[in-house]
Each structure stands twice: as C-alpha cells, then as structure tokens.
Write a protein that binds this ligand. Structure first.
Ligand code: SAM
Length: 215
C-alpha cells in the first residue's frame, strides 16, 4: 500500500511538472484573499509568504502588488514558473524570523499530515512580525463525535492526504498553534459543506505575546 510519504514525494513533483491544474487548483490572488478573509491586509510595502505555490499564478499577481513575496512548497518543481524576484524555499526552517506581514495557505493543510503541519507552524509563526497574520485554510469535521485517527502512519493517512481530507478539530489546531508559539486570533467557520460533513474553516494565527508552550 502506498504510504503518505511515498505519495507526497511523487504526487507533488508530478503535478508541478505536468502543471496538473486538477491537483494544483490554480486559485488566483482574488480567490486566496477572499477565501482567507484578508483582502485588507495586503499593502504595497508588505512582505508576504505564500505557502503551497500551486500553478504559481497567485504569487505572480502578488509580486505585482507588494514589496516582497516568498514561496514555500514541498517540491522545488513548484518554483519553475516563478520570476527570480520571488524568493523560494522548500524548507520552512529557511524562513527569516520576525519578517512577514502576512502568510497565506489555501488548500494545503487538508493535504498534509499533523507532523508536517506542526513542522510548518513551528517555522511560520516565528517568521511573522509581531502584528503579522498567518491565514490558513483547514478542514473541521461537523460531527463532534467523529473519531479522528491523526496518528503519524495511520492506516488511511495516504488516502486522507490524497483526497485533502486531513480533518482537525478546532481545539486540536489551537493546540498545534500554541506549541509553535502562536495563538489563533480568529476562526471563520461560515463555509459549511453538509454534503461532505465538513467545515471549510479559516484560522487567523498570530504570534503569542506570552510565547509558546514547550514541545
Ligand atoms: C492543492 S494545491 C493549492 C495551491 C494554491 N494554494 C491554490 O489554491 O491554487 C497544494 C499546494 O501545496 C503544496 N504542498 C503540498 N504539501 C506541502 C507542504 N507540506 N508544504 C508546503 N507546500 C505543500 C503542493 O505542492 C501544491 O503546490
């Protein structure tokens, strides 16, 4: 059976090489800002971190509007269509500290394991300025009693990553953010899919004034 790690490496390399829009989504800048509830937070002098490059169309549009754009993606192939003015890394640990006004992530967290998401949060939260915001889309189950097996290596981990159905409860996400030294300042849960029994939730994350808990 394919594991999450096997899938992650092969799927995203292939999708970027083939510019497979069904896997990469291809959301433009308007879709990112509207869905992530941050249309007013993009200013000409902003430094912005774009997580999950996809087709790259939104980073190109962003680079025309703001002072500095960084891209973070799991595969180097995601940087193929980016202009040189956009800084790019695959390693969250390369991100500068206290640097970004805004970090954005749409249609990424539901594809990634808790381990990878925690690693990302551990670097993205410290990369924010004190008043910076990390706006992240994730999925919550509607049913509070639905059993969730979030262990690394759980049987259906690959299937959940493939179908973008890594679900997280609100309390669990807050805990992960807290471990990374942040706090969830706002959660938007107005986009509900009763067909899939999920909430397409948006969390606005900021640096915690008191610092995070030790892992
Ligand atoms: C479904 S696409 C969404 C792209 C874009 N945000 C959009 O909405 O059009 C997911 C993107 O996240 C990237 N990705 C997958 N796992 C990641 C990870 N652990 N860290 C950063 N990027 C990741 C993929 O390579 C792909 O570019």
């Amino acid at each position: 059976m394919q594991t999450y790690e096997d899938w992650k490496k092969s799927n995203w390399d292939r999708a970027h090489k083939e510019q497979d829009v069904s896997a990469l989504t291809g959301t433009g800048i308007g879709g990112h800002l509207h869905t992530l509830k941050v249309p007013d937070l993009v200013k000409p002098d902003s430094s912005i971190l774009c997580i999950g490059v996809g087709t790259g169309v939104w980073l190109n549009e962003m680079a025309e509007r703001v002072a500095e754009v960084w891209g973070l993606d799991v595969t180097p192939k995601a940087s193929m269509n980016l202009p040189k003015s956009i800084k790019f890394t695959c390693n969250p640990k390369d991100l500068p500290k206290n640097h970004f006004d805004l970090a954005l992530s749409l249609w990424v967290a539901p594809h990634i394991s808790n381990h990878d998401l925690q690693e990302q949060l551990n670097s993205v939260v410290p990369s924010l300025k004190n008043d910076g915001v990390f706006a992240m889309h994730y999925k919550e189950p509607i049913d509070p009693n639905l059993p969730l097996d979030n262990r690394e290596g759980a049987n259906d981990e690959y299937k959940k990553a493939f179908t973008a159905t890594m679900l997280r409860r609100r309390g669990h996400l807050s805990q992960m953010v807290e471990w990374a030294g942040g706090t969830v300042s706002k959660t938007f849960g107005d986009n509900i899919s009763h067909f899939y029994n999920i909430v397409e939730a948006i969390a606005h994350i900021q640096k915690s004034k008191t610092g995070g808990k030790l892992l």
